[in-house]
Design a binder for this molecule. Structure first.
Ligand SMILES: [Zn+2]
Length: 488
């Protein structure tokens, strides 16, 4: 599983997968069996359908630049070997992200499905789960029997979608039906903030997909918002409908859902304020903490995790009791060398993301921590055990706090802060490096959300990026009349 941001510098190599964990065989059940993740859903769902699940390979890495050719090919070889040595199979379940780009494989997930299909032959059901941010290709659809995507963003239904996939694979394995699916690709990019599934119009589009999934012979319907930070042909939303043996119903349903995206094309845009304006608003909110959402440095979307744009602005406008988390291994080591309780003067962040200079950090090292924490609630990403690497907390003037981490860690769990003894509910403002995914963890704080049009590799507006490989014409990059003529 990987979400690859092709605008990011650098690549995702095998070390990046190893750092997040590569498991084989029974190790998979130990780590993922209880997690709010589709792999846990596969295992439970297979059991409920009276099939034995044979775990093969699980590998994932934090979103970042494309996967190296050698890491991708090495992992696929291991997967194929594990499937082969599993013996005769009734069905295969794959948990893919769906927006993986590898060197030489712009449609890496399509290639993965194609390779697995080739290995198992045409008659064994192949069912894959996908992240709601998958960029679905025709190859992914033709190589698989059913694609089942998350229906929530933040992703909190991963386990249940894994169970849905297992149930559908079991039906096909018992020859109760033959799976037929269809794909529609509306010609637009959905900006990340508009992708939230509790926000209109995505809420209605998703509700329609769920309704369709109850109409026989439909077995499942997915709408995916796609991942706009990948310059690949298939970037953007998709509609997938799986039926029991009826291709024409599948086709009619995906066209209906695709048209819904087109109808709502203008509502599918959001325009957040600049950092300066956002901080001004944050200083005035009554319901604290103000959550300053750093959309441009959305760690879960492959961004740097070290942008200082918003916190510079917070300090400049005289903010107090603010918290920011910055990825900066050098600064963590400096804090460790200085020692807990000691004063330190350094600069942090702003090394990978250069939209603002490093942040001057002058204050007391409050704490150094191993960076591990456990999240038991359903949270985006479905991770239970977390590791942000060796972490330091530094107290600046005006009770502002800087958390420095050794690993790029998305803010999907408040454990990132509470494990350090911090009380985000008492802060005046927290910079949250995410777009939507943080909400499952942060909304219970009851503060005021302020989304920021900050610059970076995951900036809110797709028109800020330069695409070479994306299929054209497409909105919002091309004139609407030109796009419409092609779509109709
Ligand atoms: Zn996602």
């Amino acid at each position: 599983m990987h979400e690859s941001n092709t605008f990011a510098d650098g690549v995702t190599d095998l070390f990046a997968f190893e750092a997040c964990g590569i498991e084989m065989g029974e190790g998979i059940a130990r780590r993922w069996g209880q997690a709010h993740h589709e792999v846990g859903g596969f295992i439970e769902g297979a059991g409920r359908s009276k099939f034995a699940a044979i775990p093969t390979l699980m590998a994932w890495a934090t979103p970042a630049g494309p996967v190296t050719k050698s890491a991708y090919e090495g992992l696929i070889d291991r997967l194929l070997q594990a499937i082969e040595s599993a013996g005769p199979l009734d069905a295969v379940l794959l948990a893919l992200h769906g927006a993986m780009v590898a060197e030489g494989y712009p449609d890496a997930d399509g290639n993965t499905l194609y390779r697995v299909r080739h290995a198992i032959g045409p008659d064994i059901p192949l069912v894959a789960t996908l992240d709601y941010h998958a960029n679905v290709s025709m190859l992914m659809v033709s190589a698989s029997d059913a694609l089942i995507a998350y229906r929530t963003y933040p992703h909190i239904d991963q386990r249940s979608r894994g169970m849905d996939a297992a149930r559908i694979a079991a039906m096909a394995a018992r020859k109760e039906c033959r799976l037929k699916q269809a794909l529609a690709k509306p010609p637009l990019l959905v900006p990340i903030l508009s992708q939230e599934t509790s926000r209109e119009p995505m809420r209605s589009i998703m509700a329609e997909a769920v309704e369709i999934s109850y109409e026989s012979p439909v077995l499942d319907a997915s709408v995916l918002a796609g991942f706009p930070y990948a310059d690949v042909q298939e970037a953007g939303p998709a509609c997938v409908v799986v039926t029991a043996g009826d291709s024409s119903v599948a086709q009619r349903c995906v066209e209906q859902l695709g048209d819904r995206f087109w109808t709502h094309r203008h509502a599918l845009t959001t325009t957040p304020p600049s950092a300066e304006e956002a901080v001004r608003r944050a200083l005035e909110v009554e319901k604290t903490p103000a959550l300053l959402i750093d959309v441009g440095d959305n760690v879960g979307g492959g961004s740097a995790a070290d942008s200082t744009v918003i916190f510079h602005e917070w300090i400049r406008q005289g903010g107090s009791k603010g918290i920011v988390v910055l990825f900066d291994p050098h600064a963590v080591r400096a804090c460790l060398a200085a020692g807990v309780g000691e004063q330190i003067v350094l600069s942090a962040g702003g090394r990978v993301d250069r939209h603002a200079p490093p942040l001057p950090v002058s204050g007391r090292v409050r704490l150094v921590h191993d960076g591990r924490y456990v999240e038991d609630e359903p949270r985006h990403g479905g991770l239970r055990t977390n590791d942000q690497g060796l972490t330091a907390v530094v107290e600046l003037a005006d009770e502002n706090l800087v958390v420095l981490t050794t690993r790029r860690q998305p803010p999907f769990s408040l454990g990132q802060l509470t494990s350090l003894g911090l009380r985000p509910e008492n802060a005046r403002a927290v910079v949250v490096k995410a777009a939507i995914a943080y909400k499952a963890a942060y909304e219970p704080l009851g503060g005021t959300i302020i989304e920021v049009d900050s610059p970076g590799l995951t900036a809110a507006n797709p028109a800020r990026f330069h695409y070479d490989r994306l299929r054209r014409p497409i909105l919002p990059l091309d004139p609407e009349a030109m796009v419409e003529a092609r779509w109709r």
